[in-house]
Write a protein that binds this ligand. Structure first.
Ligand SMILES: [Zn+2]
Length: 142
């Protein structure tokens, strides 16, 4: 964290990518972030396989993305985080129709809960880590 925090400096600063941001406002939003979201954003997701197999039409978003992808991926892998419920969707070429199981990842996207994202937080990951430390310290040591 910058040593300016909490000082008399103007809250509006430039971040590492040169965009103006309000550090206090971002800190306030991070403070409201659910504990599970904060852990995932700092430690990474805890993935568990939800589905692995052919692209089916039952998942309409996935089927549509596969259909419109130039490489026609035929396999899908959906992972769900056991902590925050975010889903990671991988579209792959696995050769199901030809009984030739290769593997090539061709696209990946995520499905987040609406309140998971905090604008500007990805440019200030140190603030997320700082908040995690603060919350853990408040819990006390056991
Ligand atoms: Zn997660």
């Amino acid at each position: 964290m910058s040593p300016k925090k909490g000082g008399a400096m103007a809250a509006r600063e430039l971040d590492q990518v040169g965009e103006a941001f309000d550090e206090r406002q971002l800190a306030a939003e991070i403070e409201k972030l659910k504990g599970s979201y904060l852990e995932c954003r700092t430690l990474g997701h805890a993935w568990k396989i939800q589905y692995m197999g052919p692209v089916t039409r039952s998942d309409m978003e996935l089927a549509s993305r596969a259909r419109h992808h130039p490489w026609n991926p035929d396999g899908a892998r959906i992972l769900r985080c056991t902590r925050c419920r975010t889903e990671r969707v991988d579209l792959c070429l696995v050769g199901y129709g030809r009984r030739a199981y290769g593997y090539r990842l061709v696209a990946r996207y995520y499905r987040y809960a609406d309140d998971y994202k905090v604008e500007g937080a990805n440019n200030h990951r140190e603030m997320l880590h700082e908040e995690l430390f603060r919350r853990q310290s408040e819990k006390g040591t056991k």
